[in-house]
Design a protein around this ligand. Structure first.
Ligand code: SF4
Length: 353
């Protein structure tokens, strides 16, 4: 991708802005003031976030929520997964990077002071957490900032192998680096410019060796003929790469999308193979596989994880209580929300198994 940076006025004294411009110059990425803005692919807007950096994951009514906090630090993602909600969420291809991290840190301190229980927070909702580190170096700033937090657990979620800038950090204690995983067949057909499975798992193995806890998200799990063998093999490869004691959590979620998103997917990803199954409209307005198919998928995935990896906390993403309750090994069958451990067991228990 050929990037071009446009920046807002008034940032010249900001150290994070200066770092981005310096990194851009070393990579010959052009940078100009916003007055020279021209629409195009690969545009990166450098600006200050004038709203709140931290948002509570909205969850969905009637669905079990995992009490997650989102950091709105970079908006939009060039990896281009066909199923990404950003395809329907944002009309613009522009990537927005905010530079007023001092205010972000104030918001995190306030959250820390006001939280009685441990909490999870991450940058991987509106973009890939690590992709833009070559320009921003933000992930390292965040890992270092969180090393002093008593209750906060930072999650950096990625589909890249871009962990090199983090691997020499002395105290990774409060950070979980996590990867979305899928069989190579789905990665190569649906996950755009993301890293191959083997590269993601090599990076995870390196991070685990360097003292990081890791997390893994099978989300979306996609059903197709032979999916069971493919996903079982991914779990075997994961187990061979990362010791169970270095895995903080695994999440499971099946393919889901809004009806409008389906049209966008068809338009922009003509070769997508995700839409051939039957889907039902759920109470939150999203299309999902039928309940019995989702239960079959979760039941099998849980079995593979427990047979191959052993005990690790597993939770479901955006599923209603009646699905949780049918899966006794996931949340003890009680749909207890944050059941996979952070709040019940405490942060240290979760991060130092
Ligand atoms: S990596 Fe995540 S944020 Fe980026 S396109 Fe894929 S799903 Fe969207």
């Amino acid at each position: 991708m050929n990037y071009r940076i446009y920046y807002d006025d008034g940032l010249s004294g900001n150290p994070y802005f200066k770092r981005i411009i310096k990194n851009a110059a070393s990579l010959s990425i052009p940078a100009e003031p916003m007055a020279k803005y021209r629409k195009g692919k690969g545009n990166i807007i450098i600006s200050e976030n004038r709203g709140d950096f931290i948002k509570k994951c909205p969850g969905t009514r009637d669905f079990v929520c995992c009490d997650y906090y989102i950091i709105d630090l970079i908006f939009n993602c060039p990896l281009g997964c066909s199923y990404c909600f950003l395809n329907a969420y944002s009309e613009s291809d522009d990537i927005v990077i905010y530079t007023n991290l001092d205010r972000l840190f104030e918001e995190i301190r306030a959250l820390e002071n006001n939280s009685i229980l441990p909490y999870r927070i991450g940058t991987g909702e509106y973009s890939d957490s690590l992709f833009f580190d070559f320009l921003t170096g933000y992930s390292r700033d965040l890992v270092e900032f969180f090393s002093g937090m008593e209750k906060g657990i930072l999650e950096l979620k990625t589909k890249t192998a871009e962990t090199g800038r983090l691997e020499d950090i002395g105290d990774p204690g409060s950070t979980v680096i996590s990867w979305s995983l899928n069989p190579e067949r789905i990665i190569s057909s649906e996950e755009g410019f993301s890293a191959p499975l083997s590269d993601r798992l090599k990076a995870a193995a390196r991070c685990a060796k360097k003292g990081f806890m890791t997390g893994f998200h099978f989300d979306p799990v996609v059903k197709y003929p032979g999916w069971e063998d493919d996903y079982r093999r991914v779990i075997e490869t994961l187990a061979a790469a990362v010791p169970a004691g270095r895995i903080a959590w695994i999440s499971l979620g099946t393919l889901r999308f809004s009806p409008a998103w389906k049209d966008t997917m068809k338009k922009h990803f003509k070769n997508t193979s995700l839409l051939y199954e039957d889907f039902v409209l759920c109470p939150d307005g999203k299309m999902r596989y039928q309940k019995k198919i989702r239960l079959d998928i979760y039941g099998k995935m849980l079995q593979y994880i427990h047979d191959i990896i052993g005990f690790v906390p597993v939770y479901l993403c955006m599923e209603p209580p009646y699905i949780w309750k049918k899966l006794p090994s996931c949340g003890a069958g009680k749909a207890p929300g944050f059941s996979f451990g952070v709040r019940r067991k405490g942060k240290n228990n979760l991060l130092s198994r």
